[in-house]
Design a protein around this ligand. Structure first.
Ligand SMILES: [Zn+2]
Length: 482
């Protein structure tokens, strides 16, 4: 064999043996994705099934750790027999569900037999993993932050009055874990510092005292975060931030760091076109599995803490929709306004589903803010939409030619039909006996207005959705039901 070719093959083999396993696993992510979970509004029953099927003889040791205030079982899953212990818990805030989905995906990964078996075997000889998914199932039932007792678990780490808090504290003390992963969600409206990038993933190595000192325990999680932040740029360039490190004496993260477990907080934030956080779920899967890999190998120890310090802090510079430089006629004069709009989730079907409601968040000079979507309304005048008279039947509502009506200045149609939360119509619908609130560009009002070029409508905002009248209506757009 040609010596050069031989050398090339040798080098390639050498390189492959050092390729990051996590990157290769991520390429096969769809194989492990738990398909029964496809948005953030699943409940205890949905994940209990996925946990209980792993009881008895599988690769995981499943244990019921206790019950929530409303008697829902909280489980731990254990895998591995290595000397380095890692404890992960998700959803201590009931409406912060992204990481729970990623944990279910990871369970599928560890439960499968494939080309990654050697990687798993090696990993699990070095680390022991303890998971507690959905620590606050009562909050998840209502899709709310707090527990059934209305306690914020993350302010109960010292007083330990909620049963759920005790489960976490006991597991931390039993395992005396080397690393702890505190898995949360934050609002999608956080930015990476003052940049036009939403904070898709935010990390924190919490302070363990008011002076925000660094000891070895904290340094380890800082190093791990520095490594993950650098590597995540491959998938979400510019979208990784750092959460505020003000010491909170009642929080779990801060105390667990103080108790000697290197703590890494992962906050799932926002990403364009990903309101249900499915890509962010995948980024959680990556971040967590890659953490296992570099903790097992010790690779994170080579990182420089200065790189942690350089990560931008979270800032709140984002809104869902930004309309720039609109002209608004008010008080007998004309004013230039930026109009910021957020679309909040209105829950229905026992918190399993939601519809969006677009409201005005802010007006004025909003040049320091960024929108997931932005529309430059320079030269355009914003005016309220009109109500189309008549009584629309359900069939007519379903077949509305919204673009044509909006071009005539209408944003509302009327009906005496009984409507349900599941229905989506292409315009705002006003039920009989209902009226629409005055549209005057005040904060908290519905975000519904037409943008005129002279007298001609060229764009509109309806229920917070931007509608460009030169283009077909996007399938995602729907109106509010009054
Ligand atoms: Zn949280």
């Amino acid at each position: 064999m040609n010596r050069i070719i031989f050398l090339f093959i040798l080098m390639t083999a050498f390189e492959n043996s050092f390729a990051q396993n996590t990157t290769l696993v991520l390429e096969q992510y769809n194989r492990y994705r738990e398909t029964s979970l496809s948005d953030r509004r699943f409940k205890h029953d949905d994940i209990e099934k996925l946990i209980k099927k792993r009881e008895g003889g599988g690769v995981f040791k499943v244990k019921e750790e206790g019950k929530s205030a409303e008697n829902r079982a909280i489980y731990s899953l254990e895998i591995g027999n290595g000397p380095i212990k890692l404890l992960l818990w998700s959803q201590m805030h009931g409406d912060e569900a992204t990481a729970t989905m990623a944990l279910m995906d990871l369970f599928n990964f560890f439960d499968s037999h494939d080309e990654f078996d050697a990687f798993k075997k090696d990993l699990l000889s070095k680390v022991t993993l303890y998971f507690i998914p959905m620590l606050n199932p009562d909050g998840a039932a209502r899709f709310q932050r707090r527990t059934a007792m209305d306690i914020d678990m993350n302010r109960d780490a010292v007083r330990l009055q909620s049963p759920e808090s005790n489960i976490l504290k006991n597991k931390r003390d039993q395992t005396n874990a080397d690393f702890g992963f505190n898995l949360h969600d934050q609002r999608r409206l956080y930015s990476v510092g003052n940049t036009p990038h939403p904070a898709t993933i935010s990390f924190l190595s919490p302070a363990y005292n008011y002076a925000k000192e660094t000891n070895e325990v904290r340094a380890n999680s800082m190093k791990l975060i520095a490594l993950l932040t650098r590597e995540l740029q491959e998938y979400i360039p510019g979208n990784v931030a750092k959460y505020s490190d003000e010491f909170e004496p009642r929080a779990f993260g801060d105390n667990i760091q103080k108790w000697g477990t290197s703590l890494i907080l992962i906050e799932s934030g926002g990403y364009p076109g990903d309101r249900d956080k499915q890509y962010i779920r995948k980024m959680n899967f990556y971040s967590i599995l890659r953490s296992f890999e570099v903790i097992a190998s010790g690779e994170y120890k080579k990182e420089n803490i200065a790189n942690y310090d350089k990560i931008e802090f979270n800032d709140q510079q984002f809104v869902d929709v930004m309309i720039k430089n609109a002209t608004v006629e008010q008080f007998g004069s004309s004013f230039k306004l930026d109009i910021a709009i957020n679309q909040s989730e209105i829950s229905y079907d026992e918190f399993r589903k939601y519809r969006l409601q677009g409201q005005i968040e802010d007006v004025g000079d909003l040049s320091v803010f960024y929108g997931y979507e932005t529309f430059d309304a320079s030269g355009l005048t914003a005016v309220p939409g009109k109500v189309k008279p008549g009584n629309y039947s359900l069939e007519e509502l379903k077949k509305l030619n919204a673009i044509e009506l909006i071009k005539e200045g209408y944003l509302y149609v009327m009906t005496d039909q009984k409507l349900t939360d599941d229905q989506r119509f292409k315009l705002n619908v006003v039920g009989s006996g209902k009226s629409i609130p005055a549209m005057n560009f005040k904060l908290g009002n519905q975000a519904d207005f037409i943008l005129l070029n002279g007298n001609k409508p060229v764009a509109a905002v309806m229920n917070g959705f931007i509608i460009d009248l030169t283009k077909p209506l996007s399938a995602e757009v729907y109106g509010h039901i009054y």
